[in-house]
Design a protein around this ligand. Structure first.
Ligand code: AMP
Ligand code: MG
Length: 412
């Protein structure tokens, strides 16, 4: 089998498929409802009870036999004794005797024999006797047991992403917890001898380390968990020592930044080549130099994706390769960002043969997108103001003002 470096650059699609295949699908775990937000349901949710569980009143008013009020009107109200008072939560409601009504509140059980509710607004609101000035239709304002869902029905299917309404439904059918797909766990490790932690003084030639925190946050935003390791200098032994210490059974992915391009001191490349991780080029910009594989740990293996160090390259490659792979591994039904078409405001040129992901700001109202910053992969300030990526196909060399372009929505 020929290696990546022999076969030449991969397309974005090819590399995305290779990265996605490195991650194993995560299993299931059970979490309390309040922790299920944003998680992927691991098994179908069936209704433990019918909804509503019993016939109940949709209004504050009176439970009646509709036939006894057939002629009631404003001019000819019907006067009946109030035989019972039924607030919500009463569990000992007896049947309604003929010729009587029961005062009833919203959500309270409708007594046997009653077949309609008259809202209090159509009565004199009496408590001993009540004058009713409207003739209800049979069934009026009665919420029937099971009309929302029958007991045993499948309410949500496995793979559903859980939000407020889905979690509310689980609670409504009596579930205190839900089975969800486990979040993939990611180790994030930056490399570079020029790096200094934010908060410390910078010497000439040094820069603040930003990829580690950025990628750890991006991992969490993708629905995975991240452990951000202290960055290491361009020292192969130190890099290997950190991996040896930190990689354990619970790690689904090791995500590194820096040290993968064609220069000298490419620590990640030197440390991992020949150990299950391949390095090569992807025909894209930013993010050309990439690496990935399953690192051989002497028996076991762990998925590794090595991103380039330029912050824009790092985050764009994360968006294009890692985020979809993490979400797919966690069973997410929509692993990729939403893509829309917008008209480009201002022209753009692009190098042939490389798919470009330019940073953009979308004006949804006018359906236009404008580039922010330039093509340079060190322009992190512009990246931070972008809300989308403008996806220019490899064969595109120029786009004119007003032409349609594909836009990845980063906020979606
Ligand atoms: P590299 O991929 O290691 O050759 O790095 C490419 C560029 O990205 C260099 O200018 C590095 O200084 C910068 N860089 C690499 N890693 C980081 C990081 N963790 N935080 C900020 N900048 C970085
Ligand atoms: Mg470096």
């Amino acid at each position: 089998m020929s290696t990546w470096s022999e076969t030449g650059p991969r397309t974005v699609e090819q590399h995305a498929a290779v990265v996605a295949a490195l991650l194993h699908p995560t299993g299931a775990e059970t979490v309390p409802l309040a922790e299920a937000s944003g998680r992927v349901l691991a098994a179908d949710l069936t209704a433990g009870v019918a909804l509503p569980p019993f016939d109940n009143s949709a209004m504050d008013g009176y439970a009646v036999r509709a036939a006894e009020l057939a002629g009631a009107s404003g001019e000819a109200p019907v006067d009946l004794p109030v035989a019972a008072d039924i607030p919500a939560g009463r569990t000992d409601v007896g049947p309604l005797e003929p010729g009587t009504v029961a005062r009833i509140m919203t959500g309270a059980p409708v007594p046997a024999g009653a077949d309609a509710i008259v809202p209090v607004e159509r009565t004199d609101a009496g408590t001993e006797r009540v004058r009713i000035s409207a003739a209800p239709e049979p069934g009026a304002f009665v919420r029937r047991a099971g009309e929302d869902t029958a007991a045993g029905a499948v309410l949500l299917t496995a793979g559903t992403v859980l939000g407020a309404s889905q979690i509310g439904l689980a609670a409504a059918v009596g579930r205190p917890e839900l089975p969800v797909r486990r979040r993939p766990h990611v180790l994030v490790l930056s490399t570079g001898s020029e790096l200094v932690p934010p908060g410390e003084p910078l010497a000439p030639g040094q820069i603040y380390e930003s990829n580690g925190t950025m990628l750890a946050v991006a991992v969490r935003e993708a629905g995975a968990t991240a452990e951000q390791l202290s960055f290491v200098p361009d020292d192969v032994e130190k890099f290997r020592a950190v991996l040896a210490e930190k990689v354990s059974d619970g790690v689904d992915l090791v995500l590194t930044s820096g040290g993968v391009s064609a220069g000298a001191y490419e620590v990640v490349k030197e440390a991992l080549t020949g150990h299950g991780v391949e390095f090569g080029k992807v025909a894209m910009q930013p993010g050309g130099p990439q690496g990935c594989g399953r690192l051989d740990l002497g028996g076991a293996t762990v998925a590794v994706v090595t991103l380039p160090g330029n912050p824009v390259s790092s985050l764009v490659s994360f968006e294009v390769f890692v985020r979809p792979a993490l979400r797919a591994a966690a069973g997410h039904p929509a692993p990729v960002r939403p893509v829309v078409t917008a008209r480009l405001a201002g022209g753009l040129t692009s190098v042939p043969g490389k798919r470009q992901f330019r940073r953009g700001v979308l004006d949804a109202a006018s359906g236009t997108v404008a580039e922010i910053g330039g093509a340079g992969s060190h322009l992190i300030a512009a990246l931070a103001r972008a809300d989308c990526l403008i996806d220019l196909p490899a064969e595109t060399t120029s786009v004119a003002d007003g032409d349609p372009v594909a836009v990845w929505l980063l906020d979606g």
